[in-house]
Design a protein around this ligand. Structure first.
Ligand code: CTP
Ligand code: CA
Length: 227
């Protein structure tokens, strides 16, 4: 496990973590959302503080206590999350995208509440793509943070899907967990594999989200010292 204050291996580092799930408005009272609770991102924030980091936590629609010692930036939509993460990433050492970002948003935000009408079926909802924030932060650029970490929830071929996603996103580490059957979303525990560019696959057994967070920081700290 992480040794916390005994070895503040993230001392002097600025880490940016996104957590929670974005909500994309359909009308003033409704949204497209997802089941992310934010618990894994908050566990990453608490453990990073314990290991000496300066932490900016970009929190999308979470209902969790602020981690002591972290700066919390609340956001709602994917585009708000993008603005907050891209701004915080300037000069940061590490960006971890633990948030579940909506891939699509309604093409039109309706300004008044959508009403039903007798005998009339609803219109289909047109969707457009949201920006890929992880790919943007991980893109080769003079100001790219030294270590960029993604998360992926996969339901099918977890390892093959994870390797392909790691390459496609351009990040350094990808934490892959299997979801479905009540796993991961909203639970206290997680099981995952940490994939590394040009490196090993580190399985992390089923256990507290704090334990997975510490294994992620172990891999991050290793890459920071060899960078
Ligand atoms: N992500 C992001 N911006 C998006 C979508 C995803 O930054 N618009 C980030 C997530 O925060 C996560 C990683 O990308 O760290 C992987 O998310 P995932 O949904 O698994 O990947 P996608 O590329 O959206 O692929 P899929 O079609 O499987 O959903
Ligand atoms: Ca997605």
């Amino acid at each position: 496990r992480g040794t916390g204050a005994l070895t503040p291996d993230l001392a002097g580092r600025h880490v940016v973590i996104s957590a929670g799930g974005t909500r994309e408005p359909l009308d003033p009272v409704r949204y497209l959302g997802n089941r992310s609770s934010g618990k894994q991102g908050y566990a990453l924030a608490r453990t990073a503080v314990a290991r000496g980091a300066r932490v900016t936590l970009v929190a999308a629609n979470t209902a969790l206590p602020d981690p002591a010692g972290a700066e919390v930036v609340p956001v709602g939509t994917a585009r708000e999350l993008q603005d907050a993460v891209v701004k915080a990433a300037i000069g940061a050492d590490v960006v971890v995208m633990a948030a579940a970002v909506a891939d699509f948003r309604p093409a039109h935000e309706v300004r008044s509440k959508i009403k039903k009408r007798d005998g009339v079926e609803p219109e289909p909802v047109a969707l457009v793509r949201n920006p890929d924030i992880l790919a943007q932060v991980a893109a080769r650029h003079p100001a790219r943070p030294p270590v960029v970490v993604g998360f992926a929830a996969e339901t099918d071929d977890v390892l093959a899907g994870g390797r392909a996603k790691l390459a496609r996103k351009g990040c350094d580490l990808l934490v892959v967990n299997q979801v479905g059957d009540g796993r991961a979303f909203g639970t206290e525990e997680n099981e995952a594999v940490i994939l590394e560019v040009g490196g090993p696959e580190t399985p992390v057994p089923y256990g507290p989200k704090e334990a997975l967070a510490d294994r992620v920081w172990d891999a991050v700290a290793r890459r920071l010292t060899t960078a």
